[in-house]
Design a binder for this molecule. Structure first.
Ligand SMILES: Cc1ncc(COP(=O)(O)O)c(C=O)c1O
Length: 388
């Protein structure tokens, strides 16, 4: 099988992707936009952590805290944050979005601008502000000029623009730098659900001038569910009202008897209690693989896979590509449908033939990662093309 290798110039070129992903021997895993498999090193990290807990309890807790700091640094590197003080470790994307939505001081008549077709995490939370008199305005992301249509919804009552960096069903990428620049110029907050980008494509919070960014680790970051990155730009940390309190978010958090505490002035203020140490060990291990391979290389491989899928789908008369092929608009997600076979049947056929993928947005969604060999993608395409 043609399994991509680590770039030869890289010091970690001895990493075997076959060993890291034993599932390569069996299934065609094209479902990283849903829930990803763990690399072997993550399995090892969890096993070691479990064994340590069983045999020594928390004897080495300080080392666990070091892993927690390592994870914050890895996440900082992945998104080019200024400092780890801008990074909180929360439960999931939805929780981070809720911290923003219910932390900002809204006034009746304010509005939020977003696009139609967002994953519900990035819709429901804003709709929940309706009782406060806050309106959610949605532009059509499938229009000829989605950024222009999005920005046309902005008026003097717009307080925040919120979008996914990559649309979960189609893989479409909005021009985040353009939206971020507009927000900056017009004093509007910019919130980005980046779960379909981080770990797949290079991402730079400073280049896009984002104020808030969130992403759970279980998709392209190859980690477990239930541990998410929340980035909050330093100047905004104290602008979000807190709704959860506990020992871990104070400035005196190791001094248990201190009654004279304040919320700490870093993003730890959003982490009320004990951290998810198991998840931290797992996610840190997963990210070490992506960072060793290099995000530039990861992105290049993923976009090559996407173009490979585009070519084959476009050449197959029976398949219709649903994703946008324009440069800068595509990502790791490719959606298509069959001209005559309905999606449920096509999905069953793929699943029966060991292809892990998803049904989203009226089509079949393939989302291979950087390590996915061409043979597996071709196998999946073959099933789709031969479907009756
Ligand atoms: C764009 C987007 N946001 C958020 C989520 C998941 O949110 P959470 O981490 O809260 O489960 C998904 C999952 O499919 C998604 O595609």
């Amino acid at each position: 099988m043609n399994i991509p290798t680590m770039p030869s110039s890289h010091t970690s070129s001895k990493i075997s992707l076959q060993q890291e992903f034993p599932l390569l021997d069996s299934i065609a895993y094209l479902n990283h936009a849903a829930v990803s498999p763990w690399p072997s090193r993550t399995v090892d990290a969890v096993t070691t952590f479990s064994h340590e807990n069983a045999t020594q309890g928390s004897k080495h807790y300080l080392q666990w805290v070091n892993t927690e700091t390592t994870l914050r640094k890895q996440l900082q590197q992945l998104i080019n944050a200024d400092s780890i003080n801008e990074i909180a470790l929360l439960k999931n994307t939805s929780e981070a979005l809720s911290v923003v939505a219910f932390g900002l001081p809204w006034q009746a008549g304010d509005n939020i601008v977003s696009v139609k077709g967002e994953f519900p995490s990035n819709r429901v939370v804003w709709q929940a502000l309706k009782p406060k008199g806050v309106e959610l305005r949605l532009a059509d992301v499938n229009s000829a000029n989605p950024e222009q249509d999005l920005l046309a919804l902005v008026d003097k009552h717009t307080r925040l623009i919120t979008v996914s960096s990559v649309q979960y069903a189609s893989g479409f990428q909005l021009d985040l730098a353009r939206i971020g620049a507009f927000c900056k110029k017009n004093d509007i907050l910019f919130c980005v659900d980046a779960i379909q980008t981080i770990g797949a494509l290079q991402f730079d919070v400073q280049a896009i001038q984002a104020d808030f960014v969130m992403a759970d680790g279980h998709k392209w970051m190859l980690g477990p569910e239930g541990l998410a990155l929340f980035y909050c730009r330093a100047e905004l940390l104290e602008k979000l009202a807190l709704h959860q309190y506990g020992w871990h978010m104070t400035d005196t958090f190791t001094d248990y008897d201190n009654n004279n505490w304040q919320p700490v002035d870093t993003a730890r203020r959003f982490e009320c209690g004990s951290p998810n140490m198991l998840g931290i060990h797992a996610l840190s291990a997963s990210l070490s693989l992506l960072l060793a391979f290099g995000m530039k290389n990861v992105e290049a491989r993923i976009l090559e896979n996407t173009r490979y899928l585009f070519d084959h789908i476009n050449n197959a008369k029976q398949l219709i590509l649903l994703s946008n092929m324009n440069e800068g608009r595509y990502s790791g997600i490719v959606s298509f449908r069959h001209r005559t076979v309905d999606n449920d049947r096509l999905f069953s056929l793929l699943t029966e033939n060991d292809v892990m993928c998803a049904q989203r947005g009226g089509g079949i969604r393939f989302s291979p990662h950087f390590y996915t060999p061409r043979e597996k993608i071709l196998h999946a395409l073959g099933i789709a093309m031969q479907a009756r």
